[in-house]
Write a protein that binds this ligand. Structure first.
Ligand SMILES: [Zn+2]
Length: 223
């Protein structure tokens, strides 16, 4: 069930107060409209009635898509150390409550940014595994290893024969697209499976760049 609360928010720019409906839980089967708002970046987004200032209300969201067997726990957090702390807390409380039994064969993901949340939804909606996609994103960045630190790579879309990735270079202020054949995805998916990667979760997982780096370090036979 989708759950919301009302919050009174003080505008960070002009201090005017306004009300916002803050969604804490989005269940796709009950609320396709909320999913659409989320994908448009509108969910929990505050717009000041007086000055027009926009800001994301930093509330955690639990996103559940039972048809795709996907549950994403979004907990806004920028601090790396704090991120791990929150992740450990979520794992501990899930274990204690026994709720993991409700998610057999699901993919359970923990993310800390709104963009990451949207990207995960797009990846699973396109029928891909984010574990393979994260490895490909890293391989795309590794093609220009000198610029890796200043670049990020995001999943874009797939047209059935290729997958498009968006590479953003923060220093050069440039956006590139990089295309990878679908056959590369399929080959990599099999190789990762053979080296022990599971395409369902037994607990909450953080599948990000660090995850892909760990996988590549441990699986030299892939490269
Ligand atoms: Zn304002």
């Amino acid at each position: 069930m989708s759950i919301s609360i009302k919050e009174t928010i003080k505008c960070p720019a002009c201090s005017e107060q306004s009300e916002l409906t803050v969604w804490q839980s989005v269940t796709v089967a009950d609320s396709p409209d909320l999913k659409a708002d989320l994908l448009k970046g509108k969910l929990n987004m505050f717009t000041c009635g007086a000055c027009g200032q926009k800001a994301l209300f930093p509330s955690p969201i639990l996103y559940a898509d039972d048809e795709k067997k996907l549950v994403i726990s979004f907990s806004p957090q920028e601090d790396g150390a704090k991120k791990l702390e929150v992740f450990e807390e979520i794992k501990k409380s899930s274990k204690k409550s026994g709720e993991l039994k409700n998610y057999p064969d699901y993919n359970l993901r923990f993310v800390t940014s709104y963009n990451e949340l949207l990207e995960k939804i797009l990846i699973f909606d396109s029928g891909f595994s984010d574990k393979v996609i994260e490895v490909i994103k890293l391989l795309v960045l590794m093609q220009d290893s000198e610029k890796m630190a200043q670049r990020t790579c995001m999943f874009g879309k797939s047209d059935g024969s290729e997958i498009e990735f968006l590479v953003q270079d923060k220093r050069e202020n440039q956006l590139y697209t990089s295309r990878v054949p679908l056959s590369t995805y399929e080959t990599l998916k099999t190789q990762l499976k053979n080296s022990g990667v599971k395409y369902k979760s037994f607990d909450w997982e953080m599948v990000d760049r660090a995850y892909a780096e760990t996988l590549l370090r441990g699986a030299n036979n892939i490269l």
